[in-house]
Design a protein around this ligand. Structure first.
Ligand code: NAD
Length: 309
């Protein structure tokens, strides 16, 4: 149980509460369990809770129950509004947590909301780290995520064993909110790369190039990027569209990146254009579409054909 002043790293077998057992939360919890932490998970989804218990965790429908005895609370939720609600909403857990409990928001939240959240948690004696991740489900499973941690250095150090259990590259990015800013910028670059690769595939195919040849040449050439390397063949050319990262979550990240540029008074045209394209496409695709379905949207938009499918 945390005291008022904490500085020692939070190490196994400490209890960690992980709120949000979705595509990412589940495998991240599995890495924490593997490292020797006792993990309490909370999620409204019965299926998610059952999967979590099969993996050795202790599941709760209620975040407050999961948080009992925890030294740190990790949130891995769809967005920062839900994170705030879990902590400070009508049934928020923050007022019930012992002072010094470390809150780590690993969701991809908006950096300006994160700085406000840190200020709201401070009177409860609850330090906040923003520590979003990159690498997708595959790297969550093998514990090799990139983690960008924003917040006081002492708290980044305290979170060290927790973050090391889930990630391979851990960056202290600076003050509170800087991790979330970095994450939104990363996903802008990632989405722009996916759009470029998708458009090259569409044009190349129309010209008569074989899809696999296009990707093989890009991967051996200067056009190589993360999408050409890990997304185009398994998820796009195969038409599986099942990367595990939803279209809606990517649209949210791009909106955060575009809003950040606007907030800073920067009229950056490509960030705004990519965010707009993603929003338009989201309106045409099914609500549970995978983010790699931007290819389907672009393909059908080229032909003016139906997109919902
Ligand atoms: P997901 O939709 O699969 O999982 C979210 C989980 O949160 C769901 O199981 C949902 O039931 C649960 N949830 C919703 N409200 C809740 C509440 N009030 N209390 C407890 N649980 C609640 O999403 P995901 O793909 O795991 O992504 C989670 C976060 O990580 C998002 O912010 C996303 O942008 C980010 N992210 C995702 C990926 C990816 O590849 N999927 C990669 C990097 C970052």
């Amino acid at each position: 149980m945390p005291d008022a002043i904490q500085s020692a790293p939070i190490a196994p077998p400490a209890i960690i509460a992980l709120i949000g057992l979705g595509q990412m939360g589940l495998p991240m919890a599995a890495r924490l369990i593997l490292a020797g932490f006792q993990v309490h998970g909370a999620d409204p989804s019965e299926t998610a809770r059952a999967l979590f218990e099969q993996g050795g965790g202790k599941a709760f429908a209620d975040a407050a129950q999961a948080a009992k005895g925890a030294s740190a609370i990790i949130t891995m939720l769809p967005n920062g509004k839900i994170v705030r609600d879990v902590l400070l909403g009508a049934n928020g857990i923050a007022p019930r947590l012992p002072k010094g409990t470390l809150i780590i928001d690993m969701s991809s939240s908006a950096p300006t909301d994160t700085t406000s959240l840190a200020a709201e948690l401070a009177p409860f004696g609850l330090p906040l780290l923003d520590a979003p991740v990159s690498g997708g489900v595959k790297r969550a499973i093998d514990g090799s995520l990139a983690i960008m941690a924003g917040g006081p250095e002492v708290e980044v150090e305290r979170a060290g064993p927790i973050l090391q259990a889930m990630g391979k590259s851990i960056f202290a990015t600076g003050p509170t909110g800087s991790g979330h800013a970095m994450k939104a910028l990363n996903n802008y670059v990632s989405a722009a790369g996916l759009i470029a690769a998708s458009e090259a595939l569409l044009v190349g195919r129309s010209f008569g190039l074989k899809p696999d040849t296009i990707v093989d040449v890009l991967n051996a050439s200067t056009g190589r990027n993360n999408s050409t390397e890990v997304k185009m063949k398994p998820f796009v050319i195969s038409e599986a569209f099942n990367s595990g990262f939803s279209f809606a979550l990517m649209a949210k990240d791009l909106r955060i990146a575009a809003d950040l540029a606007t907030h800073l008074g920067l009229g950056i045209p490509q960030i705004a254009a990519v965010a707009r394209l993603w929003e338009e496409a989201k309106g045409k695709l099914k609500p549970d579409a995978d983010h790699t379905e931007i290819y389907r949207y672009l393909a059908e938009a080229f032909d003016n054909g139906p997109v919902q499918g």
